[in-house]
Write a protein that binds this ligand. Sequence first.
Ligand code: NDP
Length: 483
Amino acid sequence: MLDTMYHSYMLIDGEQVQALSGRVDVIYNPASQEPVGEVPVGSRQDARLALQAARRAFPAWSETSCQKRAEILHEAADLVRERTDRIARLLTQEQGKPLKNARAEVRSSADMLDYYAEEGKRNFGEWMASGQSRSIVLKQPVGVAALITPWNFPVDLLAWKVAPALAAGCTFVAKPPSKAPIAATEFVKTLIDAGLPPGAANVVHGPGSEVGAELVQSPISRKIAFTGETKTGRWIMAHAAGQIKRISLELGGQSPFIVCQDADLEKAASACTQRAFSNMGQICISVNRIYAAEEIADQFTAKLLEHTQRLRIGNGLEPDVDLGPMFSEAQREKTREHVADALAKGASLLCGGREPEGRAFEKGFFYLPTVLDNVDHSMRIMREETFGPVAPIMRFKTLEEAIALANDTEFGLAAYLFTRDLKTAIFASERLEAGGIGVNVNNVVDIQAPFGGWKQSGIGRELGHDGLEAYLETKHIRLGFEM
Ligand code: NDP
């Protein structure tokens, strides 16, 4: 716990402000349920003030040179790096993740600012000659962007939006998750401290159903960039439709991990453990369903268990901890329900399946990393996003069967495949229905490559040049010069 209670704020028009109503909410540490800090609870009215500030700031920022924008983004990246320890500690306390992971998240958000500072300079457009006319194709900033983010990576996922929005020349209003808003606000403050003009970056706190809804429904916002649950994404899509708003939606996942007969089992088991349990499985690209070739399934399962049992769980502020608590009791309860449903339908519990014992775990939302065997697609764990630390294993006979099982879902965010055979890698990668395919790796996030989902996992792409394009509109200027 911090020595003193942390007092957070909203950022509107370059100022640190409280809610017009004066309401505040207390944020609690999910590892101990101790209070971490207080945050203002804004309303639709606060959101409107922020949107108006962003609209006022837009003309000047959109006409600022890309070099000047880059200077400010680089300066902010330096400030984020200087403040990493402070922001990371706040992040661990409000979200639960181990400090080493919180530091990595904050550093990655600084990298995002640096990357888009430069990518913003590569907004090229086109020039086409045709007889007595010329066509100039411009890419111009879309306008005020509303950026709405979830609690699992509250700093990084906001940086994925903030950096390209500003680099493109947009101004924004961000709405961080209500229960983990502190570190994200500190991240945005670095931009203001780096010299961003007032109103270009705004942060409003408050319930998604009110503040988030205002950002979506207001005629001022021209673009909605959202990461969160599929059901919230559906709501946003429906409500953005009235004004045909530009939307990017990064939604839920249910990622398969296929282990072929010829895979390096040690590497596959280690990669699978990390991606299934990191951040307590509360990652949209977590491994949710494991399909192991029947010839190697026992061997792979034994290795997976070995790696899982080495993981150390505890308060994220303690040194050498691999896993913290889950974010909330609701997340833990959903995990319990999915495990109970699988066991009732015939799955075998190989490890975990309960809370850890001991005084250190009494107050937090802890749950042991869990491995299940003999699962099938009748179980909720194989059909719904658990967002918890569970690795369920199912065996397959042929690669075609594994691909069909992997695609048997409404989601399509990430899919993983471990094999040593190039033909298998290409055959499967081309047939898996997902926006990101990891072959012999357990991560499909790369700052320079597009990230996003197929099917009900979303629309649009973040990261890479596509991430910048998401904040740009295309304009064709046709120039005739025959007098
Ligand atoms: P939610 O959809 O509940 O919330 C996400 C954000 O949306 C929060 O800031 C929330 O505010 C806000 N919100 C809620 N209702 C509305 C609304 N009607 N209008 C506008 N904004 C609203 O998701 P979670 O926070 O529970 O995050 C977990 C989910 O995020 C998982 O399903 C996960 O798969 C997904 N996710 C997807 C990723 C991807 O890239 N595809 C990456 C990471 C997570 P408030 O906090 O006040 O409720």
